[in-house]
Design a protein around this ligand. Structure first.
Ligand code: KIV
Ligand code: ZN
Length: 497
């Protein structure tokens, strides 16, 4: 029997993933995600970049306390202060790693550091040695390795391994590489770095050209044994490699490489991250998209009904999608709702559950089929309870050939305010009324309305970006009334100012 090689899963949802503008999580939410990642079976959780903000520092501390067996990793630049702060933030972690590094491409050396190749090697070595004073497990990243000359990269990697690096990360920071070239880079290091057997090679790919997963797999096939990934592939710009894609590729193809991931938890964690970060998953996203297992054409449906293998390469149950799920209706009880929420990765205490249940009954009165997305939105809406500005009521009249008029009531920290305004359409009228109460300089920059499923009784999801004092704020609202959802999203932005 062939022995399986172990691939380590390094999840950076809470660091690289969390850099998405408008998707920042608070510490409590980060702990929730970290615990879900632990249950999922990831080996390493990159919990933050501690020197970047007190919030990040605190999150690494709290995640270290909350999580038991995965290694907790903190990011730094090749700077002593960063490394000291990272070591301090990791003091409660049972297994800890410092992730330090520096740019190695000529672009970075010249334009970012105004330095030379020799000096970069010295700084890299110094950082790794310094980090080793605090922890035994030190990962080194060669930023922009994707565009770094292979010969020079090999020299850097050999030097940092000699200095004590246990893992060497080869990021394609700009998402530029072709899969073959990225794989060859990993192979080149395996064959040309004399001490490479003393470290694990890690991939870290970005999706700017849609090749993150292909590049990661090419790295793995050529000898990398750690992959840096995020749930749903979230991350800056076009995102990072998606955890679920790499894991399911390895499960579907017999490459003799295995991970510790419990794939049945994938759908739950995916939804949890999407809902906490207000970051919708595209419907046709591989593995976790709403349509990933939906067969709509007659020929496919016929084939799947005869034998699922005709058109399905993965059983949806293997990634935690249970198609025999209980149908929720206005007659469903709290237990059914709780069961559904837990299957979707949301755990609520009794008080929280009661509140969501009340909203659920309201919605079920208006809408026949309550879907998983509806349920998640109801649970998500609960997070607005601690907002200091809340929508009390909204009344809008609109139609063809008339100007829309809106009156609005807000509750601001317990005090009631009312205003009315007319506008170009119902949303315009409602926002003008709102602006009469909240007289701040603010401009609506992005505004998308999306139906969740189908049917005129469906919930509408609204994503908005509002600019205030030179900063962009992201807001989200969901309601069967799209004007109300829009106002909720606007208020969500304002609550973040
Ligand atoms: O993309 C990148 O190069 C990174 C490093 C900081 C690891 O995220
Ligand atoms: Zn990155």
């Amino acid at each position: 029997m062939m022995t399986e090689d172990r691939l380590f899963i390094f999840d950076t949802t809470l660091r690289d993933g969390e850099q998405v503008p408008g998707c920042q999580l608070n510490t409590v939410e980060k702990i929730e995600v970290a615990k879900a990642l632990e249950e999922l079976g990831v080996d390493v959780i990159e919990a933050g970049f501690p020197v970047s903000s007190p919030g990040d520092f605190n999150s690494v501390i709290e995640i270290s306390k909350a999580v038991t067996w995965p290694t907790i990793c903190a990011l730094t630049r090749a700077v002593e202060k960063d490394i000291e702060v990272a070591a301090e933030s990791l003091k409660f972690a049972k297994n800890k790693r410092i992730h330090t590094g520096i740019g190695t491409s000529d672009f970075h050396i010249k334009h970012k550091f105004n330095s030379t190749r020799e000096e970069i090697i010295e700084r890299a070595v110094r950082a790794v040695k310094y980090a080793r004073r605090f922890v035994e497990d030190v990962e080194f990243y060669a930023e922009d390795a994707g565009r770094t000359d292979n010969e020079f990269l090999a020299r850097v990697i050999e030097a940092v391994i000699a200095a004590g690096a246990t893992v060497v990360n080869i990021p394609d920071t700009t998402g530029y590489c072709l899969p073959q070239a990225y794989g060859e880079k990993i192979r080149f290091l395996k064959e040309n770095v004399s001490n490479i057997d003393r470290a694990i090679i890690s991939t870290h790919c970005h999706n700017d050209l849609g090749m993150a997963t292909a590049n990661t797999m090419s790295g793995v096939v050529n000898g990398a044994r750690q992959v840096e990934v995020t749930i749903n592939g979230i991350g800056e710009r076009a995102g990072n490699t998606a955890l679920e894609e790499v894991v399911m590729i390895l499960k579907s193809h017999n490459l003799g490489i295995d991970t510790n991931i419990n794939t049945r938890k994938i759908a739950g964690v995916s939804r949890m991250v999407s809902s906490l970060m207000n970051m919708p998953v595209q419907a046709n996203k591989a593995i976790v998209g709403r349509n990933a297992f939906a067969h709509s054409s007659g020929i496919h449906q016929d084939g799947v009904l005869k034998n699922t293998n005709t058109y399905e390469i993965i059983d949806p149950k293997e990634v935690g999608i249970d198609d025999s799920s209980i149908v929720l209706t206005a007659r469903s009880g709290r237990a059914a709702l709780k069961h559904r929420l837990e299957a979707l990765g949301v755990k609520l205490q009794e008080e929280g559950l009661n509140k969501v249940y009340e909203k659920f009954l309201n919605l079920a009165d208006k809408k026949k089929d309550i879907t998983d997305d509806d349920v998640l939105l109801l649970a998500g809406a609960d997070r607005t309870l601690d907002h200091h500005i809340k929508l009390d009521y909204l009344q809008v009249t609109s139609g063809v050939g008339v100007r829309s008029v809106a009156s609005i009531g807000l509750n601001i920290s317990g005090e009631k305010f009312e205003a009315a305004a007319s506008g170009n359409g119902p949303v315009d009228a409602a926002i003008r009324a709102l602006k009469k109460i909240i007289e701040r300089e603010m401009t609506l920059k992005e505004f998308t309305i999306q139906a969740i499923n189908k049917g005129s009784d469906d919930m509408g999801k609204v994503h908005m970006q509002v600019e205030h004092a030179g900063q962009m704020y992201y807001g989200f609202g969901a309601n069967t009334d799209i004007v109300a959802a829009s106002v909720e999203a606007y208020i969500d932005c304002i609550n973040k100012f």
